[in-house]
Design a protein around this ligand. Structure first.
Ligand code: ZN
Length: 424
């Protein structure tokens, strides 16, 4: 368990957004996804894009739009023994419409539980294979008599419509962009998808209110197909992406993990590792692997973008993953706050990571005469002067000096103030 500082209002605000979005029934298309983006639009000038079903996006096709109104199973007495009204996870996402009577054995083939956690309901999808099903707790299943007939009703529609995603572009001094992407396609799961959404919304609000060197692009997309669709429609934009982060599972109590981009040594990879190392808190930096979240698409070989992934609980590795236990209690305001602060620190580092040139490179300049010696930052001043040869960035210097970036940055600001340093 990570230890967190006292809860702050930003953490509580992010948690409140998670709580507001939690009950909405989302999938990779449909009304719940649209409603989620509309709520984000109350906080950000988000552009909402609609892409028609059947649109080819690289090797994929935008699927039919799926919507659901009602889903239940009734026993022989006519009592609803499973009801989608009670929990969004009860129905398998993308279930086709059905109204039949079946014996238990046949129904059982369409029921899913988490046997290791008899109180929990699993999350299941069937996006690309037409099927139907219900998810329930093992305990609930234990109460189903096996000699009865059951009435099964799913009032859903799977029709030509649209895939919806949200995009926000914040212009900076430079055209070069930082990409922040999160998935918005899961129903009632708080950590997996909504924590990333809440942190992204908060970052965008903060960045919109301050001067920016980089331009920023925030994407709120359904997982996999949404990122693929955006990439297919924006190939030319990808050339401007200098750094990127996929945000996911940022609200649980595990320590932070940063997953490097496919390149492994991109500036964002080094920046994240640096901030985590100098936080002196428990953390992990792990190598890229081609599964997990949408870094898989951004880091596919045809794009190979410098996009890493930041998370607390890891993909598929915490017991609550893709179950009803990933709820509002599982996500803590303090953890959201800590994730937000670390990511903000990384973005600030990237903003400030410039290359300087020493204006007095032949022997050391006389610092004492300029009133620059005798402070606790003498060492950082000497490192910056020595390595500012027009080839080393401030992050290169911080890494080689094994000093926090903020210290190296302060030294550069001081030296630039005494005309000893200029931005390349
Ligand atoms: Zn997931």
């Amino acid at each position: 368990m990570a230890s967190f500082p006292a809860m702050t209002s930003a953490g509580q605000e992010m948690h409140a957004l998670v709580a507001r979005l939690y009950p909405i029934y989302r999938s990779i298309t449909g009304a719940g996804l649209r409603q989620t983006l509309k709520i984000i639009q109350e906080q950000l000038p988000l552009e909402i894009h609609e892409v028609a079903s059947g649109t080819k996006v690289f090797d994929w096709t935008v699927p039919k739009e799926w919507n659901i109104r009602e889903a239940w199973v009734k026993n022989a007495k006519g009592e609803r023994v499973i009801d989608f009204q009670n929990h969004g996870l009860h129905v398998v996402s993308y279930s086709v419409p059905i109204h039949v009577r079946l014996g238990f054995a046949e129904l059982r083939n369409h029921l899913f539980t988490v046997p290791e956690h008899p109180d929990w309901i699993p999350y299941r999808t069937s996006y690309y294979k037409e099927n139907w099903g219900f998810c329930l707790s093992e305990n609930q299943l234990g109460q189903f008599p096996e000699d009865e007939k059951y009435e099964i009703y799913i009032d859903s529609s799977l029709e030509d419509g649209h895939l919806t995603y949200g995009e926000l572009h914040l212009e900076g001094e430079e055209d070069a962009e930082i990409l922040i992407s999160c998935h918005t396609c899961h129903p009632s799961l708080a950590n997996d998808n909504l924590s990333g959404v809440a942190v992204a919304v908060h970052l965008a609000r903060k960045l919109a209110s301050v001067p920016r060197r980089y331009s920023y692009r925030f994407l709120f997309v359904p997982g996999t197909i949404g990122a693929i669709t955006w990439l297919a429609r924006n190939e030319s934009v990808t050339q401007r992406i200098r750094h990127g982060l996929v945000l996911t599972c940022l609200g649980d109590s595990s320590h932070l993990t940063y997953k490097r981009s496919r390149r492994g040594d991109a500036e964002v990879d080094r920046a994240f590792a640096h901030i985590l190392k100098h936080s002196s808190e428990r953390h992990d930096v792990i190598d890229f692997f081609p599964y997990g979240y949408d870094e898989r698409q951004y880091c596919s070989p045809g794009f190979d973008l410098p996009v890493g992934c930041v998370m607390r609980g890891r993909h598929g590795q915490f017991p609550e993953y893709h179950t009803s236990a990933d709820d509002l209690k599982f996500v803590q305001p303090e953890a959201l706050q800590d994730s937000f602060e670390k990511i903000s620190a990384v973005l600030q580092l990237l903003e400030e990571n410039r290359i300087y040139v020493n204006q007095n490179p032949k022997c050391e300049p006389q610092l004492g005469r300029r009133g620059l010696l005798g402070g606790s930052d003498d060492l950082s001043l000497l490192w910056v002067l020595n390595l500012s040869d027009g080839r080393h960035s401030l992050l290169d210097i911080a890494e080689r000096a094994n000093l926090p970036f903020s210290m190296i940055k302060d030294a550069a600001t001081k030296l630039a103030g005494s005309d000893l340093l200029k931005v390349r």
